[in-house]
Design a protein around this ligand. Structure first.
Ligand code: NAP
Length: 376
């Protein structure tokens, strides 16, 4: 009885949210159509996680979109759009001699690739928006704003993207765009964890999806530990606003600093899944050891959360006021979690059984038993 009532509440919450979203999108679309200049936009990497959100938003705003990718990820997602098939690694021929008002670059990880596309498009494009990352910063023991020192790499010809090289290579990619296009025509966005429907990493998804299972659940650190995310739709909206308004510059993109904690995430996950869990907060050391010893490696055991001491102490206190000052809006994280769950429920069973982040079920049970024994 309790379960079916719970199920009903869950379905109602999700259906209600879907309807509200549909109505507000319809209203927004009607409002927008009257005012905007229609742009032609080339999206480098429009079929992965964040790309489709941007593509749909561009179309909703009345712009025309051309896609460029290798044809590997989500083939056939946008059958009505022109797709130029090519590889950023030496395969840009399909872009030669073409003109666009703006380029949105979602798929630049290697400086040489980004430089090649920027050089080729500089004459035939008015603006270039490059999606970078907060990982460009050199030091996460400080609160980073856009002027903070950037990560460097001893050998700038390295092209292998790993956890160690990712940030420094993205910083070099940013420079390649600025130098080639000129500062006035360049927008660089540095997002934190991008979260929401379509995320194949499941880093944020883990929390509401696991919460929906109920029972005793491990939570790392303390309820007051700070976190920052950026909703995928908010990120896309800000990116496209920047293109339309010709906003040049570099912007951290994250929820406002000091406003959201792991305890808030727990509340939000329980609210959107209409499930109460028995939360067990374990200290940083226990969480980090559990993560290191997880039977599934290369998959964050407590994704999105970072220890609030040590080398990443300030990684979740990044300053994103510059973006807010030019109009970036971020929705409450609860809404991101709600949209995420709505999408998750529509996924095939095979996908749902194959979470890409978080604690394997048996391992979590083992950790809970160990924690309780140590703290009896
Ligand atoms: N996800 C996050 O939390 C996060 C956080 C910070 C920054 N970012 C940045 O956000 C951007 C997009 O991330 P995402 O998670 O949406 O990526 P994604 O899901 O991996 O999508 C990558 C897209 O790029 C295309 N692509 C990849 N390699 C290519 C190549 N060599 N040539 C041509 N096209 C290529 C893919 O299509 P094909 O496979 O068909 O080529 C796909 O459309 C990245 O620049 C990433 O650094 C992401």
């Amino acid at each position: 009885m309790k379960n079916s009532r719970r199920q009903f509440i869950k379905s109602s919450l999700l259906a209600g949210a879907a309807m509200t979203a549909a109505l507000s999108e319809a209203g927004q679309a009607a409002e927008d159509k009257t005012e905007r200049e229609s742009l032609s936009v080339l999206v480098l990497g429009g079929t992965g996680f964040i790309g489709p959100h941007m593509v749909r938003e561009l179309l909703r705003r009345g712009h025309s979109v051309t896609l460029f990718n290798r044809g590997r990820t989500n083939r056939g997602l946008f059958p009505d759009l022109e797709t130029i098939i090519g590889d950023r690694d030496g395969g840009l021929q399909g872009l030669e001699g073409r003109r666009w008002d703006a380029v949105v670059d979602n798929s630049g990880y290697v400086p040489r690739h980004v430089q090649d596309s920027a050089r080729l498009l500089a004459k035939n494009t008015k603006r270039y928006l490059f999606v970078s990352t907060l990982s460009v910063y050199a030091d996460f023991n400080i609160r980073n704003d856009e002027d903070s020192p950037l990560a460097t790499i001893a050998d700038e010809s390295v092209e292998e993207v790993t956890g160690e090289t990712y940030g420094a290579l993205k910083a070099l990619c940013e420079s390649a765009v600025r130098e080639t296009m000129g500062e006035a025509r360049t927008t660089v966005l540095r997002p934190t964890y991008i979260c929401g429907p379509g995320d194949h990493t499941d880093r944020f998804s883990w929390w509401p999806v696991r919460t929906a299972r109920g029972g005793e659940m491990l939570w790392p650190g303390q309820a007051g530990d700070l976190i920052q995310i950026i909703d995928v739709q908010d990120f896309g909206n800000f990116a496209l606003d920047s293109v339309e308004r010709r906003t040049a510059g570099t912007f951290n993109t994250a929820t406002p600093e000091h406003t959201y904690t792991m305890g808030d995430l727990l509340d939000d996950c329980q609210a959107v899944t209409a499930t109460d869990v028995s939360e067990i907060w374990v200290d940083e050391e226990f969480a980090l050891t559990a993560s290191r010893n997880s039977p599934v490696q290369n998959r964050g055991a407590f994704p999105v959360w970072l220890p609030q001491r040590g080398p990443n102490a300030m990684a979740m206190q990044v300053i994103a006021s510059a973006a807010r000052d030019v109009g970036m809006r971020t929705r409450p994280v609860r809404e991101t979690a709600r949209n995420l769950m709505r999408w998750w429920q529509q996924q095939p069973d095979e996908r749902k059984a194959n979470l890409q982040a978080g604690l394997p079920e048996e391992y979590e049970a083992e950790l809970i038993a160990r924690w309780k024994k140590e703290h009896a």
